[in-house]
Design a protein around this ligand. Structure first.
Ligand code: S3P
Length: 431
């Protein structure tokens, strides 16, 4: 499907962003391993989280999806059943990588597969530590999905993560629930810690000592009532849009403000974006609050702070839309971001080719890009490659471009943000 977008009016109003995708995956998986029925409100309706539910269903977990909440009945960490066929993770790397950790500890075989994009993404990063723990995993050449996981008795390992990845960290911690002895993971760069928080809430024993995270096996996980905060990574598109479109004033209620993710807010404020925060609270260890973003013309001349290693891990999903912001503010340099090349698409290439199609000047590097600031973009055909964050980032670009922007395969936004285009349309007023 092609969506067209053009400049034309300020953005005003309220957007209720979907439930946080990362947190929803983790709550669903842990609820499936807990004893009893968990209730999860504001669970992400995104395709990725539906993939997690589908896979859990394939493992015999009872799930009821209601209007306000989903209910998941688990039978304890040993309560999963052997699947009748391959489990389909769709487009979702988080589903495939996190679930692999759980499946590595099961006394049965399972096959985890994904769509065309996921089938090109490297799984060696989880196969290696899970094999050290004693699992046997077969993959396609180069460590690509589908994965055939022969689960079994695992042993705890001490493992230093070779890449800054919350997915790999979480995979190992989940496998650690089934291991003999303690499992420890070292991360040199801090990544999102939703797994650690959720494990604690469900009743696992988990400790952080400096850069090491340790988990103890065989916990008796208890069912919980939970409420997922709105997704900050989805909110980011509206934050940048409101920052760039003159006259805008947008409120984003109940957005997740976990310290490992809210770096985005500090980054944007530091860059001159007018962001304010109200009604901060904390539920089940996850902070949340209402964000309000108002247009600020002073932003436009300012160079954005460079994004390097530590910031890359914290802003990994926001880089596409921050690149658009950089092209309108005073420029942006991104380095140490090779990981972006192996996301749902090669995001460095996708950002560069689409910005160029809009007439922007920039340099592409193997590990990042440098975009020149203060550029007048022109409407163009955007090749999203079916990547949700590219589709939404370039829809935002279209709001400040001359003429019409045509976003191809636009429906991929549903992977993380169903209703994205409708929410944006709801904020627009005629000039
Ligand atoms: C995620 C971690 C990040 C992020 C992805 C979600 C998670 O991936 O890009 O969208 O929920 O753990 P990596 O861990 O591969 O960096």
């Amino acid at each position: 499907m092609i969506r067209t977008v053009q400049a034309g009016s300020f953005l005003r109003g309220v957007v209720q962003c979907p439930g946080d995708k990362s947190i929803s995956h983790r709550y669903a998986m842990l609820a499936a391993l807990a004893r009893g029925e968990s209730e999860i409100r504001n669970f992400a309706g995104s395709q990725d989280c539906r993939s997690t539910l589908r896979c859990l269903g394939g493992l015999g977990v009872k799930i009821r999806v209601g209007e306000e909440a989903i209910h998941i009945s688990g039978g304890g960490i040993h309560g999963l059943q052997a699947p009748a066929g391959p489990l389909d993770a769709g487009n979702s790397g988080t589903t495939l990588r996190l679930l692999s950790g759980i499946l590595a500890g099961q006394p049965f075989q399972s096959v985890l597969a994904g769509d065309e994009s996921l089938s090109r993404r490297p799984m060696g990063r989880i196969i290696q530590p899970l094999s050290l723990m004693g699992a046997r995993i077969e993959s396609e050449e180069g460590g690509l999905p589908p994965l055939r996981i022969h689960g079994g008795s695992l042993r705890g390992i001490r493992y230093a993560l070779p890449v800054a990845s919350a997915q790999v960290k979480s995979c190992i911690l989940f496998a650690g629930l089934y291991a003999k002895g303690t499992t420890s993971v070292e991360e040199k760069v801090v990544t999102r810690d939703h797994t650690e928080i959720a494990l604690t809430q469900f009743g696992a024993t988990i400790r952080r000592q400096e850069n090491w995270i340790e988990v103890e096996p065989e916990p008796d996980l208890r069912a919980l009532r939970l409420d997922v905060p709105a997704d900050l990574s989805g909110a980011a598109f509206f934050m940048v849009a409101a920052a760039l479109v003159p006259g805008s004033d947008v409120l984003l209620p109940g957005v997740g403000l976990n310290p490992t993710r809210r770096i985005l807010i500090d980054y944007l404020s530091g860059a001159g974006v007018n962001v304010s925060l109200e009604n901060e609270s904390n539920r089940a260890g996850e902070a949340r609050g209402d964000l309000r973003i108002r247009y600020n013309p002073d932003l436009l001349g300012k160079r954005l702070p460079p994004i390097r290693a530590e910031l890359v891990a914290a802003l990994i999903d926001e880089i596409p839309v921050l690149s658009i912001l950089g092209s309108q503010a005073g420029g942006l340099e991104i380095s140490d971001a090779r990981e972006l090349r192996i996301k749902e698409s090669d995001r460095i290439a996708a950002i560069c080719s689409n910005l160029r199609a809009m007439g922007a000047e920039l340099e592409e590097h193997p590990d990042g890009l440098a975009v020149v600031g203060g550029q007048r973009l022109r409407g163009a055909d955007i090749e999203t490659l079916g990547d949700h964050r590219i589709a939404m980032a370039f829809t935002v670009a279209g709001l400040v471009a001359d003429g019409q922007t045509r976003v191809h395969r636009a429906e991929c936004a549903d992977v993380s943000f169903p209703g994205f285009y409708e929410a944006l349309a709801g904020l627009r007023r005629p000039d």
